[in-house]
Design a protein around this ligand. Structure first.
Ligand code: PLP
Length: 461
């Protein structure tokens, strides 16, 4: 029985408002408006409880890389549920799917990564990062090296450590974060912070803020630097190409571990298996989640590079850390099916050679829209910076709307009403569609985006 047909939309909304506290949600505002109830999905399209078809340009929450309804993943889960729905990886036990996934991850990871630690989510993966980098320096006899550096407007999850690593001021304001030993530098957001510099010049300057911070804290105290190759939740902020190589040089200079949070960028999003490969840097640790199972089932973890693995394995003794669901057999079986499907469909190459460049071309065309002051794409993630071009109030790259007007939310409302899921981050409209999206579907999406921009423009005239 399809449960979505057992109640009306209003009935679902009433039960939802009465019992379900949603993440990142103003509970009263939601109760007034009522949730949109999503009942089904296929390929890149969702269906809601009123039967509307919606193009999901956000892949759920940046995760449904292979699109909805992939039978291979459904079969893998069903098979594994029947055979062995759970066993743990504690106390020197393992299950075949967890071992198989660990092996497969070593195959698709950048060179120098042959080991993995599993978690249930990206946030837990980043908690593992904090514990692992501190353990690494402890084992090496440098326990004072415990400070982890990150960036403002980064998103690294919602647990205490994840939210602390993240640089979202709203999150820090609730609950006394960040936890001790985590500090932040400015982000490489050229539109906001670039002044009169070229993008490349700005990339080097933004990276130099890391060196300044390391020197201010004291290099002997800095354990690691963590960053998303492209800041996703912060607004798809694609750094200048000069940024990451310079970050790498600085980390190498001071021996600081470099952590790439690939929860969004991993598994093909940027047209490479991992975002660090797109930007040409070699991290010591990689956090992953989302795309590893295309979101069909929760799974995350940390890919551990040789430098850290060698110390932990050869000198570390017991690593007192782990989760009940580290290496969950059903999640791992789905991940294996998902990665094999990405390989079979050649999705990483397709994003790199075909759909990524095609999206970039269409976004260049969208740049002529009067409401758009900057466009950025990287593989199949993209941002439109909304603003005024009329020079009112100056600004070399366009002028921002008054925040109180919430231009992004207005635009997002038009997207919803017109069958398109786009996300608003302040005044940036962002997308990350499933990697299976075709050129024809990208055309369809671009038409919808332009229509929603037009409607937003009408509202602000
Ligand atoms: N890291 C990054 C870069 C993310 O984008 C996210 C979630 O969006 C996380 C970590 C947290 O992952 P999760 O929501 O699975 O805990």
């Amino acid at each position: 029985m399809n449960t979505s047909t057992t109640r009306s939309t209003q009935q679902w909304q009433a039960a939802d408002a009465a019992h379900f506290l949603h993440p990142f949600t103003d509970f009263q505002a939601l109760a007034k408006k009522g949730s949109r109830i999503i009942t089904q999905a296929e390929n890149i399209y969702l269906t809601d409880s009123d039967g509307h078809r919606i193009l999901d340009a956000m892949s759920g929450l940046w995760c449904v890389n292979v699109g909805y309804g992939q039978q291979a993943l459904i079969d893998a889960a069903t098979r594994q549920l029947g055979q062995l729905p759970f066993y743990n990886a504690f106390f020197q036990t393992a299950t075949p799917p967890a071992i198989e996934l660990a092996e497969l991850l070593a195959e698709v990871s950048p060179p120098g990564f042959s080991r993995v630690f599993f978690s249930g989510s990206g946030s837990e993966g980043n908690d593992t990062i904090v514990r692992m980098v501190r353990r690494y320096w402890d084992v090496l006899g440098q326990p004072q090296r415990s400070v982890i550096l990150s960036r403002k407007n980064a998103y690294h999850g919602s647990t205490m450590a994840g939210a602390s690593l993240g640089g979202m001021s709203g999150m820090h304001a609730q609950g006394g974060l960040p936890i001790p030993g985590i500090q932040h530098i400015e982000q490489p957001y050229w539109f906001e912070n670039g002044g009169d510099m070229s993008r490349e010049e700005f990339g080097r300057v933004a990276a130099s803020w890391l060196e300044q911070k390391i020197l201010a804290v004291g290099p002997e105290k800095v354990a690691a630097f963590i960053g998303e190759p492209v800041q996703g939740a912060g607004g798809v902020i694609v750094p200048p190409d000069s940024y990451w190589p310079e970050i790498q040089r600085i980390c190498d200079k001071y021996g600081v571990l470099l952590v790439s949070d690939e929860v969004i960028c991993g598994f093909g999003r940027t047209g490479h298996w991992f975002g660090c490969q797109r930007f040409g840097f070699k991290p010591d640790l990689i956090t992953f989640a989302k795309g590893v199972t295309s979101g069909y089932i929760p799974l995350g973890g940390v890919l551990v590079g040789d430098r850290v693995a060698k110390v932990l394995i050869e000198q570390g003794g017991e690593f007192e850390h782990g989760y009940t669901y580290s290496g969950h057999p059903v999640a791992c079986a789905v991940a294996v099916a998902n990665i094999r499907l990405i390989q079979q469909l050649g999705l990483v190459q397709q994003v790199h050679d075909d759909t990524g460049p095609y999206l970039a071309e269409l976004y260049k065309q969208l740049a002529d829209h009067p409401l758009v002051v900057e466009t950025q794409t990287c593989g199949l993630m993209a941002a439109l910076q909304l603003g005024r071009r009329d020079g009112k109030g100056g600004g070399t790259r366009g002028q921002r709307f008054d925040e109180s007007w919430s231009v992004g939310m207005v635009c997002r409302g038009h997207c919803f009403a017109n069958g398109l899921i786009m996300r608003a981050v302040g005044d940036r409209m962002i997308i990350a569609p499933p990697l299976v999206i075709t050129r024809a579907q990208i055309d369809e999406m671009a038409v919808l985006i332009r229509r929603c921009l037009d409607l937003t423009l009408q509202d602000c005239q």
